[in-house]
Design a protein around this ligand. Structure first.
Ligand code: FCB
Length: 459
């Protein structure tokens, strides 16, 4: 399969997140996070799995950096575990927790790979959850303190900073659907969490600028939304979902306003008592890049509200229900493979938000069955096809005028896929969870060759 032609300035990378790969959950003073607590709650995570050991990246980071270097990529995106740096979510940093990221960053730089640091990939210190978590404004200030600590320590070597990963998931999957930590079903709490996550982001941007950080951005997971039919009801339902999934983030960040259809979307929850004057200015501070994660499109149709008592209405009940998209191959996540949606999403965002900063595609990839053959080789041709087709779609979006500067494969390693545990494998590298040995899959070699060919065009 040939690598599609992409502009030479495009940078390539691969990505992971702390809780999904590090393990060493009780080591070097790390405090518990909401994900540790969630994993310990029976029935939450498949087979009762947790990130206690994960890929043991905390101890095997040197081997993993060698794998990253072997790919020849420009960038590696990882996240810092807040409860390693501040075990109780506040106060003086734990020296051993911070020292791990020092070692990791130095190893990357030595290998010629630029680190891209995400400050928050969902692992809130449990101590902060107990004082209200993202539902309370104070957590946004705690995040600013934590940001400052990490920026002061690593800002001399880390150029690209991402404040939050997918705040949609933190707020709504965590506090409304309840399928992610902290695993609650609230209405007002989820909307307060959304706002305080945005505020935390805004405060963190100020801290990063003040600390002299290089480039600062946020990673969102805007959805490409497809109406089930062309009916007026379905089109209106999709617009409500667009506010829930996309506009709640994009509008305050990039237009300085909250979405104009909030009352229609949130009903009695639209009063938003947690918002204060000046918040939009904090949230809307200029960014150097926007991270976009993309996996699959979603189809919706209109549906009656399921919660008859409006006071109990969960924040995700916007009068729409998801329907399966037929006619596409699905990955082991059950996600349809629709590369043209990737192109359409990027072009659509570019048209809707003219002031958007340059885009880094901070995650894209697929979970596949990945059976190793007798010799241990994983011939993951479906993953290779997925990546190839999505890179093709990316090229078309770039040719249509979207300013994309980087692309990261999710993920370097098979890892802890949240509520699905270890069964869903996204890695370019297979992890044998008994021995913790790493085995590059065919996709690893394909990506390496693709990056090499791309870099050759750069010279
Ligand atoms: C994204 C997450 C990432 C990973 C992929 C499959 O939503 O940011 O951690 O789980 O999905």
């Amino acid at each position: 399969m040939n690598a599609p032609h992409l502009p030479p300035h495009l940078l390539f990378g691969t990505a992971t997140a702390a809780y999904q790969v590090e393990g060493a959950a009780a080591e070097d003073g790390r405090g518990p996070s909401i994900w540790d607590a969630y994993c310990r709650t029976p029935g939450r995570v498949a087979r009762g799995e947790s990130g206690d050991v994960a890929c043991d990246h905390y101890h095997r980071y040197a081997e993993d950096v060698a794998l990253i270097a072997g790919l020849g990529v420009d960038l590696y995106r990882f996240s810092v575990s807040w409860p390693r740096v501040q075990p109780d979510g506040g106060g003086r940093p734990h020296p051993r927790g911070l020292a791990f990221y020092d070692r990791l960053v130095d190893a990357l730089l030595e290998a010629g790979v630029a680190p891209v640091l995400t400050l928050y990939h969902w692992d809130l210190p449990q101590a902060l959850e107990e004082t209200g978590g993202w539902r309370v404004r104070d957590t946004a200030h705690r995040f600013a303190d934590y940001t400052r600590i990490v920026a002061d320590r690593l800002g001399d070597r880390v150029d690209r900073w991402i404040t939050l990963n997918e705040p949609f998931c933190s707020a709504f999957v965590g506090h409304a659907v309840g399928r992610h930590a902290p695993g609650t079903r609230e209405g007002a709490g989820a909307l307060a969490a959304a706002h305080h996550l945005l505020l935390a982001h805004g405060h963190a941007v100020a801290e990063l600028r003040d600390a002299g950080a290089g480039q600062v951005g946020i990673t969102l997971n805007p959805d490409h939304l497809i109406p089930a039919t062309g009916s007026e009801a379905d089109l209106a339902a999709v617009e409500r979902v667009r506010t829930l999934h996309n506009r709640t983030w994009f509008d305050p960040l990039f237009t300085g306003a909250y979405p104009d259809n909030e009352r229609e979307v949130w009903g009695p929850l639209a009063d938003m008592p947690h918002r204060e004057e000046g918040d939009l200015e904090t949230i809307g501070r200029p960014l150097d890049f926007l991270g976009v994660n993309f996996y699959r499109p979603l189809m919706f149709r209109a549906a009656p509200h399921t919660e008859p008592d409006p006071a109990l209405r969960t924040a995700v009940d916007v009068g729409a229900e998801q329907v399966d998209l037929d006619g596409y191959r699905t990955t082991t996540m059950g996600w349809p493979v629709v590369p043209e949606s990737f192109e359409e999403l990027l072009v659509d965002l570019d048209r809707r938000y003219p002031g958007l900063p340059p885009i880094l595609v901070t995650e894209n990839g697929s979970a596949e069955p990945d059976e190793p053959d007798a010799g241990g080789r994983v011939r993951d041709t479906d993953r290779i096809a997925y990546l190839n087709e999505h890179l093709d779609a990316l090229g078309r979006a770039i040719r249509a005028g979207v300013d994309v500067r980087g692309y990261f494969v999710w993920s370097l390693l098979d890892n802890f896929e949240w509520a699905y545990g270890y069964e869903r494998r996204f890695g370019l590298v297979r992890v044998d969870y008994d021995s913790l040995e790493r085995h590059p899959k065919d996709s690893y070699h394909w990506y390496r060759d693709h990056v090499a060919a791309h870099r050759a065009r750069r010279e």
